[in-house]
Design a protein around this ligand. Structure first.
Ligand code: MF3
Ligand code: CO
Length: 290
């Protein structure tokens, strides 16, 4: 990359001179990289215009999840949830990002009980009393991506399983607290993992979160097995998901070979996941979608 002059327009697209914009930022990143820290590259730093556009996409994503929250109940099939998501997304001018993504056949992922993630909606899956289900919604709006998911408890969920759902939400909240500029992804990971472990749960290792906004899945990869002060440095303008998958039993998972998508816990213990989209700001963070 050609070195920018101090009076050249900044690489971020702000229109400001480099010296009045990201020069100090780049110096700080270079210093950190020198020390061996993993640092984000410029492609991971969103411009204010991109952030505004991603925010609009997130607004739809959240509205669609709100719609699901209002209508989900015992007796609904996951196929119906898929239809709601398709209709509510397209009605608002969006496109469901999962549809045809790598051949995924539906508009949303619905993962019930021992399904960890990437469950495929089906008319055969009828939600019943006591089920827990993750509904993972992702939207493309004017080319910008959003992605978030929630857990839903159907009817009377036994207290032990309900606790899993609640604790995983707490894990995300505790992880979120760690998100700040010049902190590390490992700060967030350790907060998530510590809380899960303290409660006797295990964190899925193979599947994690990701950068998001200009694409569905961008760098960095976001895992939840990490140590404070390690992992990628966080900088203002980064957007990524926090979406730990946490199992009541062992951490091991497998993919259903027949459909090629649905991930299950190996021991068939229940699994829960909440997913939020977070922006690193100048003084902390902002949740863009939940
Ligand atoms: N929404 C998932 C995520 O959180 C990705 C689903 S990919 C799909 O990253 F193809 F299964 F939709
Ligand atoms: Co995601």
């Amino acid at each position: 990359m050609k070195k920018l002059g101090r009076n050249d327009p900044c690489w971020c697209g702000s229109g400001k001179k480099y010296k009045h914009c990201h020069e100090a930022f780049d110096e700080r990143l270079a210093e950190e990289a020198q020390k061996g820290t993993e640092v984000p590259d410029h492609s991971m730093i969103k411009t204010p215009e991109q952030i505004a556009a991603i925010r609009e996409s997130c607004r739809i994503n959240v509205a669609v999840l709100d719609y699901v929250a209002e209508h989900i109940r015992e007796g609904v099939t996951t196929e119906e949830i898929d239809r709601w998501v398709y209709e509510e997304t397209t009605r608002r001018g969006g496109i469901p990002a999962p549809l045809d993504y790598d051949g995924f056949p539906k508009s949303v992922c619905t993962s019930v009980n021992d399904q960890v993630c990437h469950g495929i909606p089906s008319e055969k899956v009828v939600l019943k009393d006591g089920d827990i289900v993750n509904v993972d919604v992702s939207t493309i709006y004017h080319g910008y991506f959003s992605d978030s998911s929630r857990m839903f408890c159907i009817g009377n969920v036994d207290p032990k399983t309900r606790r899993l759902v609640d604790v995983v939400k707490e894990c995300v909240e505790l992880g979120l607290k760690e998100v700040k500029p010049w902190g590390y992804l490992g700060d967030m990971a350790q907060a998530v993992h510590d809380h899960a472990k303290k409660n006797g749960y295990s964190v899925v290792r193979e599947i994690g979160g990701h950068g998001v906004g200009l694409e569905f899945h961008e760098d960095p990869w976001v895992g939840y097995i990490g140590t404070r002060g390690s992992g990628m440095l966080l900088a203002p303008g980064m957007i990524f998901t926090i979406e730990p998958m946490i199992n009541m039993g062992k951490a091991d998972v497998y993919v259903n070979e027949d459909d090629g998508w649905t991930v299950y816990t190996r021991d068939h213990s229940p699994s829960a996941q909440w997913e939020i989209m977070v922006l690193v700001t100048e003084d902390g963070h902002e949740v863009l979608a939940w």
